[in-house]
Ligand binder design. Structure first.
Ligand SMILES: *Cc1c(COP(=O)(O)O)cnc(C)c1O
Length: 392
């Protein structure tokens, strides 16, 4: 495999994270693994079988193309749920393959019924309620008509779930808005159940909500970022570890994105480093170049900000991140040599880089950087067996 960097996926870390999430949500709440954005950059192709091996049998995606990828690699007939976009022309395919999807507007509802009629089967839908995110979802006053359409087409439609999504459960700043959403959802759902549609599951929680708002867990949670070993925000992390006796991060990064030192060199005081003048050496410096840049998914916003690991030390990215390479300050690691492993995300020794762990950069950076990891970086699953082989 030719590549300037590699991604390793750690099966044991995933097992650890899923066990921890199960401990938080309890035994009775269904777990849906959110694998949109190419499984947050981990790779649907590799990640879905890993999760299935841990017992996961429900996956949520954004769109039909992702649903198709999950179906293609799933070996245990897991349920797939599309939370966002499905083109009307893709509805028959979804219904035929048992793929479930959110419905939040009338055209999709009507077209789904049409498609199900053509196939002589039922569309399995999740009715999304508008509760305050103001993105997608039926408002309360549209729902009477929704119910009318559903009940008069009960041969062709199964309401498998009702759902909503929160407007930022990872930040305490949104506390009032989120608790209002939970209240609104419960009111609508209770009323919805009185209309005879009452055998469905209720699901609303993403990672942050599942941690910080226990009442949002209901019958199922849709967990993305945490299963991969990243926190939605510092606040969610603190909410979690305050209950942990050891105050230690209970999650482990599944992904390790690594490259190698391409070259080392010395630069004299007063020289500018890299393009432009964003970094000037204030002393004689030793630098390493690494063949990873923004074209490989290492964001330019990490210029003079990012951190990488070499020989177990956290080192600063200096100067601008280039298209194909970045420059690292070796002040803390003068012994580094060409060929040394460089960890861009993940652990090395007892250090860990979670993309957004440095500085006061936005917490959203974890989501953005992970999902921007290009598909063509080779991904390898590491399980205990490969670990043994490696150390042998
Ligand atoms: C992405 C997403 C989730 C999962 O969010 P995390 O913060 O990664 O846990 C849940 N529900 C919906 C509708 C989503 O779009």
């Amino acid at each position: 495999m030719f590549s300037t960097s590699y991604i390793e996926l750690d099966q044991a870390a995933l097992e650890n994270n899923l066990r921890y999430i199960r401990r938080i949500i309890g035994p009775d709440v269904k777990f849906s693994s959110v694998v949109k954005g190419n499984a947050y950059g981990h790779g649907i192709f590799e990640y879905v079988p890993m999760a299935e091996e841990c017992g996961v049998d429900h996956f949520s995606v954004f769109s039909a193309d992702e649903a198709n990828e999950v179906l293609n690699v799933s070996s245990r007939k897991s349920q797939v749920l599309i939370m966002g976009y499905i083109d009307n022309s893709e509805l028959e395919w979804a219904i035929q393959n048992g793929v479930e999807f959110f419905v939040f507007e009338f055209d999709r509802l009507n077209k789904a019924i049409e498609a199900a009629k053509n196939l002589g089967t039922k569309a399995r839908i999740h009715v999304e309620f508008e509760t305050g995110l103001n993105r997608t979802g039926f408002s309360r006053d549209e729902l009477e008509k929704v119910i009318e359409i559903i009940t008069s087409n009960s041969l062709y439609i199964d309401v498998v779930g009702t759902c909503t999504h929160y407007a930022g459960a990872e930040s305490i700043a949104n506390y009032v808005r989120v608790t209002n959403q939970i209240k609104t959802y419960n009111e609508i759902d209770q009323w919805f159940r009185t209309t005879g549609l009452n055998s469905h599951i209720s699901h609303t929680a993403c990672s942050a909500a599942a941690v910080s708002y226990p009442e949002s867990r209901m019958n199922m949670v849709r967990i993305g970022i945490m299963q991969y070993g990243f926190w939605p925000s510092k606040e969610t992390f603190i909410d979690c570890i305050k209950h942990e006796p050891e105050r230690k991060d209970p999650l482990q990064r599944v992904i390790k994105w690594k490259s190698k030192v391409m070259d080392v060199k010395e630069v004299a005081t007063g020289e500018f480093i890299g393009y432009g003048t964003t970094f000037m050496a204030t002393e004689n410096m030793k630098l390493a170049t690494v063949p990873v840049g923004y074209s490989h998914g290492f964001s330019r916003s990490l210029s003079n900000q990012g951190r990488v690991l070499i020989r177990g030390k956290r080192l600063a990215v200096i100067g601008m991140v280039n298209m194909n390479l970045l420059i690292v300050d070796l002040l803390e690691c003068p012994e580094a040599e060409k060929g040394d492993e460089v960890v861009l995300i993940g652990t090395q020794g007892d250090q860990a880089i979670s993309v957004a762990s440095f500085g006061e950069l936005s917490d959203q950076l974890n989501y953005e950087l992970l999902t921007r990891l290009p598909r063509n970086i080779p991904r390898v699953v590491i399980n205990n067996q490969t670990k043994k082989l490696k150390s042998a």
